[in-house]
Design a protein. Structure first.
Length: 563
């Protein structure tokens, strides 16, 4: 389970569990599961479900299984399985020895399907997919029975066994439950339980050529594992009667399915199918691109497990409707965590050289800098200073407006932790571009104070030219220009709203020498620029790459203060 945290606030799911415990239901057990399909990478919406299911098990001293719903070999890959396990672990949760797969139960599911056939509750149908949809009816019109619905039990048993033996081509037959084609709930109109699919499965190989549908495999898998509370998102509410029907007909352990509203996040797509499209069409580099809402993408960008768990707790668990949450809240949760834990360092993203003409050429000093003013335990570090330093190009203006308090000709500013400097001369190239500033320093201002206690309005971050480490810096914006990416122009899809400026790459940046040994696990705040982390995928010893996790401006915090 996750590192120790206070019990989450109550919600309607916890109220259900509390009542069950009071009445002795399930012998006082609480057993949940997180059941992802291994057909893509997990995203922030899955993180909500992970935190909910594992959090319930933690708080009620129960168990939570990790079960892969691997019933569609055409879309599933081992890469996805491994990424899911990595993501759940990274979020701080442990399924211990309870790693299961729906494919573990294929034989049992087959035997139970045979039982339903023998009980007259299932039949083999020869209608194709289009015909099944046509026969199913609509929300306002009942369906009609398949012409194959009244086959004898013996014929159904024979055909189903032959389906398993691979005698029929893909799509030629299915096994359907016999329920009620006039049911007001379309999911109860003889749903498909098995389809023929001659495809190799990454775990069972070529053993099977028929595969169970989600509706058939899911509830029975829950039952086999002894799940007490099967928590799922709201789109499965209409499937609950079918979930219940299957376990009731089989007479097996009956978990309780409980639906909650899924997460919708502004400026974000929450569909694995659409996320895959972004990858395949090259809108992003990969599933773990730092612009993606995947857990692996968030991790690579510098999000922390604690910030995501905090976000999941803050948005709560709603019962009736899917909620759209402003992405600013997710960013706010990250800032709150990083503000307490990130080390403050100096990085110059657009370097302008400053030569301090009255500073000795060969002299090098070191200045002590506090790593994090929010946490004294983080201590201090020493930063080298020399005659030539880099400052941000934007921190100098040759003809500044009235409220520009940084460096300008004749103006004095403070170099953070070091000295006061005054600009004396501006050096330009043949095209008129500023390439260097000539300054002087006040030797008595060491550490940023002077004996006469004079004040300056500007304090600049800097990096010593002699000691600076070159790096690339990636700045990220929202992946979509609209809060609702699906709000696309007529005739176009969501990709029309992809933000073409969602990534800016700055080359030739300069950072403190101590960052040469940085790792992805180092939490960093580049002073005045935001929070950053080393890119664990693209960085090398020869070329450092830093990703900006989030900027310093907290739009969510400001909205809450105004509200």
């Amino acid at each position: 389970m996750a590192e120790t945290e206070s019990k989450a606030p109550s919600n309607f799911i916890r109220e259900i569990i509390d009542r069950d415990l009071e009445t002795g239901k399930n012998d006082g057990r609480v057993h949940t599961r997180f059941p992802p399909e291994p057909n893509g990478y997990l995203h922030i919406g899955h993180a909500k479900s992970i935190c909910l299911n594992f959090g319930l098990a933690r708080d009620y001293k129960g168990k939570c299984n990790l079960r892969f719903d691997d019933t569609n070999p055409m879309k599933e890959e081992e890469e996805y399985v491994e990424s899911i396990k990595r993501d759940v672990n990274w979020l701080g949760f442990d399924w211990e020895d309870r790693e299961f797969y729906a494919s573990d139960y294929f034989e049992q599911l087959y035997e139970w399907a045979v039982k339903l056939i023998k009980d007259g509750k299932a039949y083999v149908d020869d209608l194709n997919a289009e015909e099944i949809r046509e026969y199913r009816g609509t929300l306002t019109e009942p369906g009609k029975n398949s012409p194959h619905r009244d086959r004898t039990i013996e014929e159904n048993l024979d055909l189903f066994e032959r389906m398993r033996n691979g005698e029929f081509p893909d799509g030629s037959r299915v096994l359907r439950a016999r329920i009620d084609m006039a049911s007001p709930n379309i999911n109860m109109r003889d749903p498909v339980m098995y389809r023929i699919l001659h495809a190799r499965h990454n775990r069972t190989g070529d053993k099977w050529c028929i595969y169970p549908t989600y509706d058939w495999a899911h509830g029975q898998s829950d039952s086999i594992e002894g799940i007490t509370h099967s928590v799922c998102t709201l789109e499965f509410e209409d499937h609950r009667p079918l979930y219940n029907w299957f376990v009731e007909q089989l007479g097996v352990h009956h978990p309780q399915q409980i639906e909650f509203a899924r997460l919708e996040l502004s400026h974000t797509i929450m569909s694995k199918r659409k996320l895959l499209k972004l990858v395949q069409e090259g809108h992003v580099a990969s599933w773990d691109d730092p612009r993606m809402p995947t857990i692996s993408g968030l991790r690579r960008r510098g999000y922390t497990p604690k910030s995501i768990r905090d976000f999941a707790e803050r948005i709560g668990v709603a019962k009736r409707r899917d909620s759209v949450v402003d992405i600013a809240l997710l960013e706010h949760c990250l800032r709150e965590d990083l503000n307490l834990r990130a080390r403050r360092v100096m990085a110059v993203l657009d370097p302008l050289k400053v030569t301090i003409e009255n500073y000795p050429e060969d002299k090098v000093e070191e200045f002590e800098a506090v790593n994090n003013p929010e946490n004294e335990a983080d201590g201090t570090r020493m930063i080298p200073f020399s005659r030539e330093v880099y400052i941000e190009r934007g921190d100098f203006m040759e003809d500044p407006p009235k409220k520009f308090f940084r460096l300008a000709p004749g103006r004095e500013v403070r170099l953070k932790h070091a000295y006061f400097v005054t600009c004396k001369e501006v050096i330009k190239d043949n095209d008129g571009n500023i390439v260097e500033l000539i300054c002087t320093y006040d030797p008595e201002s060491r550490g940023g104070t002077t004996p006469d206690k004079r004040r300056v309005k500007g304090t600049l971050h800097w990096v010593s030219v002699r000691h600076a480490v070159e790096a690339d810096v990636r700045l990220y914006d929202h992946l979509f220009i609209k809060a609702d990416p699906n709000d696309a122009p007529e005739g176009e899809d969501f990709t029309a709203n992809v933000n073409k400026e969602s990534l800016t790459i700055l080359s030739g940046c300069r950072v403190e020498p101590g960052l040469a040994d940085a790792t992805h696990d180092d939490l960093l705040q580049f002073l005045r620029h935001g929070y950053f982390c080393l890119d664990e995928k693209d960085s090398t010893a020869e070329r450092l790459v830093f990703n900006r996790s989030v900027g310093l401006r907290d739009t969510w915090g400001k909205m809450q203060k105004k509200g």
